[in-house]
Design a protein around this ligand. Structure first.
Ligand code: ADP
Length: 243
């Protein structure tokens, strides 16, 4: 491994924001560990990034299971020797329902993937980065992590939780040379938002959804040296929706 080459883990790399980020970082020469629950889509992303970057692997893992999280962290270490950046991004949306109609299993599932999954990723990756005394993490929160989201109460709660984890991690690990930030996308044209009805006005001042590349560009900036003083930041990428 070239010591200059950044080693990056991306969870939820099979689709949407994760896939576009993987493709962008491949063109920038990063070594990539792609993680997804869905093997077919994860391997599709691997195939796409291999056009630019041979230093890339796929690890099938469910981010809500600690053994799986340990597996992707250990595999990254064993394959590339270190973890320079972690894009803690895998997530699920729940079917829309008022809180009074939201069933317990749906709530548990969304919290377990979006919040516990984010926690487990932080837990194991921060341990490694602490030993290295360096590293940078981007957690995917959401505009629904900043403001309430009618009919998506479980999702909004999970994404507010991701912000709590981000701010705490930034305070705990900043002194150890590790930066931790969160991005808060609004509506993005990905599998997750397919089927959700939205009006142009509902998409905020720019009157449109984001392309996943517009999210990937900000992630690439946050893990770069150019963002060396950005820590504990909650970065909306929502066209002004939450402003
Ligand atoms: P977005 O990019 O807008 O966040 P997508 O639904 O397009 O939404 O992408 C989310 C990705 O996260 C998908 O590839 C999905 O398979 C992955 N994912 C969902 N749940 C898990 C999980 N428990 N473990 C790992 N990956 C997951």
């Amino acid at each position: 491994m070239n010591m200059e080459q950044q080693v990056v883990i991306i969870t939820g790399a099979g689709s949407g924001i994760g896939r576009e980020t993987a493709k962008l970082l491949a063109t920038k020469g990063k070594a990539l560990v792609l993680v997804d629950f869905d093997e077919t889509s994860g391997l599709d992303t691997l195939h796409a990034v291999k056009e630019h970057q041979l230093q890339a692997i796929f690890v099938q893992a469910d981010v809500s299971q600690s053994l799986d999280v340990k597996k992707y962290v250990d595999t990254a270490k064993e394959t590339f020797g270190r973890i320079d950046a972690f894009i803690n991004n895998a997530g699920v949306l729940s079917p829309p329902a008022l809180l009074g109609d939201l069933d317990e299993e749906t709530f548990d599932r969304v919290i377990s993937v979006n919040l516990k999954g984010a926690f487990l990723g932080l837990k194991y990756v921060l341990k490694e980065m602490e030993q290295q005394q360096s590293g940078v993490i981007v957690n995917t929160s959401s505009a629904a992590g900043i403001q309430g989201q009618p009919y998506l109460g479980g999702y909004a709660a999970s994404k507010h939780g991701v912000i709590g984890l981000t701010k705490t991690a930034a305070m705990e690990y900043g002194p150890k040379g590790i930066r931790v930030n969160a991005i808060c996308p609004g509506g993005v044209t990905t599998n997750m938002t397919k089927g959700l009805v939205s009006s142009p006005e509902g998409n905020g001042p720019l009157r449109r959804l984001a392309d996943p590349t517009e999210i990937a560009n900000v992630i690439a900036f946050l893990i770069s040296q150019e963002a060396s003083y950005v820590n504990g930041a909650i970065v909306p990428i929502d066209g002004g929706l939450t402003s």
